[in-house]
Design a protein around this ligand. Structure first.
Ligand code: FAD
Length: 438
């Protein structure tokens, strides 16, 4: 039972730190399981610019199970195809309709829209107290157990006490640091500059397709966005942003010209300063153990990934969906009495990590392999890369082998797939197609 035992003291079953996709989805899943939750988010609503917007089909399935897919229908864009071009020629085409799963299409959903939908559903359900503009600053301890957090809120300092604290506070997780859990951070070879441009009218630009364009050791992601714009992610050498910035915004225009010369005019009109861009410093974080007594990490806090193949948001949602029933089961007083609750929680968190880390490792492995392929520069290596993409393009079995672990790992395992609701954006026969593209 949630009670506020003083101005700034809260108790709950679960204290969630971080209101990104992982924290918000977890809060909703937990209240649906009957848990009382306090969620802390350091920012106010809507303060997110460039973040992952691509939901793989498995993530779409999770959103449907959380009951937030249908309300998002008008604000999501269903993506039907993916193409890879290398040296100006298309070497791979993927049509998502050819995959035989109930949820077969990725969706583009801006993060503020996704987070607002999760927040609305949680509020409508009840059971979650949200402390916005509130930052967790310390862990409360009860012997060796984590017992909650201390936080700075607009109303002054606060304490949130709970048998389970969840660090869902992202790639620079303070909870991870405060916990003392060991982790390794590995920089990847490049960073990414994100920007948005008007969607081009001309040429072969398809509003329902992801495009990956590679030229030598440079590549860019060109993703249709649900707001009708084109989201572009351009790779730059590690730490190269400072140098690029020093050379002026025209250096960025030139970099874009190499991959998409037809965007030259619109880029020069739309991109007049660095304030129109966001840098993603790419590194990977591995945390061998995600939990301590009374504490567990999820999402980017537990496993920061690279943006290749759009996996970060999907794993954040996957963690939330997996953790909620496990945590709720261990917290239920009727099933787990008194003193053994702490032990049951510890075992539950270990089970949660075991259940999730395989998928995360597979994504990390795929990303690292893909990253390496993107850096090929010698003529022989580039020819080999094109040959592999062409083989994948022409052999359906190879295509399935490459794409299914990225887009459908949950549905592939048959992890309780549920049919798409009629007219939901995931529904191949639904009405979303082209809606946002108009
Ligand atoms: C510029 C950029 C582009 C990206 N592009 C892609 C992409 O194309 N595809 C993709 O899949 N992924 C992408 N990502 C990664 C993706 O956004 C993340 O994987 C995903 O958001 C992880 O969700 P999360 O909830 O774990 O963490 P986050 O989304 O980082 O959310 C963490 C939340 O915790 C809050 N917080 C932090 N510290 C505290 C504290 N002490 N107290 C209270 N609250 C706190 C933060 O304000 C934040 O709201 C991108 C990320 C960035 C930054």
């Amino acid at each position: 039972m949630l009670k506020s035992s003083g101005m700034n003291e809260f108790t709950a079953d679960v204290c969630v730190v971080g209101g990104g996709p992982a924290g918000r989805a977890l809060a909703l899943a937990l209240v649906r399981e009957g848990c009382e939750v306090v969620l802390l988010e350091q920012h106010g609503p809507g303060r997110r610019a460039f973040r992952g917007e691509s939901m793989a089909p498995d993530a779409v399935r999770l959103l449907d199970r959380l009951g937030v897919l249908e309300p998002l229908r008008d604000e999501a864009l269903k993506v039907e195809r993916l193409t890879v071009a290398d040296g100006g020629r298309t070497v791979l085409r993927v049509d998502f309709s050819t995959f035989d799963y109930p949820y077969r299409y990725p969706l583009e959903i801006p993060q503020p829209v996704l987070l607002a939908a999760l927040a609305r559903a949680t509020e409508a359900h009840g059971g979650c107290t949200v402390l916005e503009r509130s930052s967790a600053t310390e862990l409360l301890r009860d012997g060796r157990r984590v017992a909650g957090v201390r936080a700075a809120t607009p109303d002054g300092p606060a304490e949130v006490r709970a048998p389970l604290t969840v660090g869902a506070d992202g790639r620079f997780s303070r909870i991870r640091t405060l916990s003392g859990l060991a982790f390794t951070q590995t920089p990847l070879e490049r960073d990414v500059v994100w920007l948005k441009l008007p969607f081009p009218d001309a040429g072969d630009w398809d509003r329902l397709a992801y495009q990956v364009r590679i030229r030598g050791d440079r590549h860019g992601l060109f993703l249709p966005s649900a707001d009708g714009l084109l989201r572009v992610g351009l790779n730059i050498p590690k730490g190269g942003f400072k140098e690029l910035r020093a050379r002026g915004v025209h250096a960025l225009h030139k970099r874009l010209d190499e991959l998409a010369p037809e965007l030259a005019d619109s880029a020069r009109r739309a991109l007049t300063g660095w304030y129109d861009t966001a840098l993603l410093d790419i590194f990977s974080v591995e945390v061998p153990r995600w939990h301590l007594p009374g504490l567990v990490l999820i999402g980017d806090a537990a496993h920061t990934l690279s943006p290749v193949l759009g996996q970060g948001v999907n794993h954040a949602l996957g963690d939330a969906a997996a953790l909620a029933p496990i945590a709720a089961g261990a917290l239920r007083p009727d099933q787990v009495p008194g003193a053994s609750r702490a032990l049951a929680l510890e075992r539950a968190m270990a089970r949660f990590q075991r259940g999730r880390e395989g998928d995360v490792k597979r994504s990390r492995g795929l990303q690292l392999r893909q990253e390496r392929v993107f850096t090929f520069a010698s003529p022989v290596a580039v020819a080999l890369r094109r040959g592999v993409y062409r083989a994948v393009d022409t052999v359906p079995a190879l295509r399935r082998r490459l794409m299914e672990p990225v887009y459908f790992p949950g549905q592939r395992r048959g992890a309780s797939p549920e049919p798409a609701a009629p007219h939901s954006p995931a529904d191949p026969g639904g009405t979303t197609e082209g809606r946002r593209a108009a």
